[in-house]
Design a protein around this ligand. Sequence first.
Ligand code: NAP
Length: 289
Amino acid sequence: MKKIGFIGLGIMGASMAGHLIDAGYKLSVYNRTKSKADELLARGATWCDTPAECAKDQDVVITMVGYPQDVEAIYFGENGIIDSLHEGEYIIDMTTSSPILAEQLYDAAIKRGAHSLDAPVTGGDAGARDATLTILVGGDEADYEKMKPLFSVIGKNIVYEGKAGAGQKTKACNQIAIAGTLAGVCEAFAYAKASGLEIQNVYDAISKGAASSFQMTGVVRKGLEGDFNPGFMLKHFIKDMHIGDDTGKRYGIDMPVLKQVMREAEMLEADGNGTKGTQVMLKYYDSSF
Ligand code: NAP
């Protein structure tokens, strides 16, 4: 299992692909914007002109694109991955995408005698850079076991969650939990500001107590310092909340906190904040942050 086709070289994918090169895998790469592959090509990766070409004759194909519609396009669209899969090949979609689409990918792979895992990640851009991601895996357990050495090159906490789609469902749980936490943290700092407190003093106190969280120390902290560059883009967070909300309806659960945060994030996106980091949620509560 040494030859990998890697598609999607953005904030997350470029770092992940780099670790695989460092670990000795032979990488073929494809991305919508070719220039994002330059650094990897300089390190020995091979450029492919289509997803199909990138998937041809590989042991494994890893995809890390943006939205479920991007996943659909690169797997099922023109020059898509599915048509060039050979028997025994593995596809691993690590995009945060829909559990239903993960099930469809699994069925399509099986029809070609191939294997499919959904393996979205948590841990942010820093986790990708430091190879410390948490990886949430759905699919056949034997396939998960076979791919564990590869996963351990890019992640630290690698968990088998169940059959196809279970990785994406677990990721939805993660994003649902983040929605309320992120909004709560932003609201707290807006309260601090409104009530005349010194923001830094409040941060120094509550970031070390029971209210602390990664959303506070790893995400909102950056916004408090005036840094709204992404880590994790607001537009992708909105996509994730929609996946949770849409599939939640199918599973018969209503999530009012998620819906509220989704609305807030969409208002910020409409004001041109979609490609900022999720710490921009601070501005929903107080635009002067
Ligand atoms: P990103 O920087 O936008 O990267 C996505 C990459 O996929 C881009 O380079 C994009 O091409 C490429 N792409 C999209 N559609 C494509 C297509 N049809 N064909 C070829 N390439 C295509 O986003 P990211 O932050 O790396 O996130 C990637 C995924 O991981 C998302 O689903 C996100 O929700 C998830 N995620 C992100 C984080 C985080 O902290 N950033 C953490 C966990 C999970 P272009 O270069 O042309 O745009």
